[in-house]
Design a protein around this ligand. Sequence first.
Ligand code: A3P
Length: 258
Amino acid sequence: ELKWKLMNREEVSQVRGVVLQKSTCEYWNKIWDFQAKPDDVLISSYPKAGTTWLQEIVDMIQNDGDIEKTRRAPTDIRMPFLERINPPYIIYVARNIKDNIVSFFHFQRMNKGLPDPGSWEEYFETFLEGKGLWGSWYDHVKGWWEAKDIYPILYLFYEDIKKHPRREIEKVMEFLGKNLDEKVLDKIVYYTSFNVMKNNPMSNYTLSSLMNQSVSPFMRKGVIGDWKNYFTVAQNERCNEDYREKMDDTTLSFSMEY
Ligand code: A3P
């Protein structure tokens, strides 16, 4: 029997005999599974023993006493309570199967950390059969499409971002609970455009010794519809047929041309 039934307040429940807010109980397994990263700091206390005090002290130390930084957000945003956070937000990005195969083929050619892709004809078949690296494209895009109805997942499409970068970037911003002004958004649109990223050593993988960019650049073409330069008429028919069959059980749909 729970002692508190508060009107207009969050309900409570129990985990192993300890009374906690109901949402905390619901997410208990996730909280329990939490794995700290090596540089995480966990501040622990019984309520009202000085949590906020320590949070402020730790944040001041980590920011070298810079109050501009420590005043960037309220305490519970800067240092979320482990037992109060919702399941993590996930952002998923999907790309149409045809451009995805072509891009992956070139990536395997240039990435020495992955097996050689062999011929384009072979690669094409292996991909459709879901026997290539990272498994079936179909299972991946469909699985996440279903999961988005259960978990807080923002499902994005490469083709949408390419056609309407600003609109899609705004979706990501809203999903992350951020509100950035127009100028910052313009800046993000510019700095995440293909040509800028292609020339940025911090995003083009030119610093990676695994990638042989003379075989094929990591930032290769960045377009919709490059598959038309690779698919034979027969491969296109084969892919369309396979696609119709395997995508029959989903509402998910892709645009394959610009
Ligand atoms: P292409 O090989 O078709 O050019 P990932 O990052 O998942 O490995 O995907 C790499 C693909 O995304 C490559 O596709 C790369 O060029 C493309 N890409 C990366 N940044 C991009 C951008 N800003 N605009 C368009 N495409 C981009």
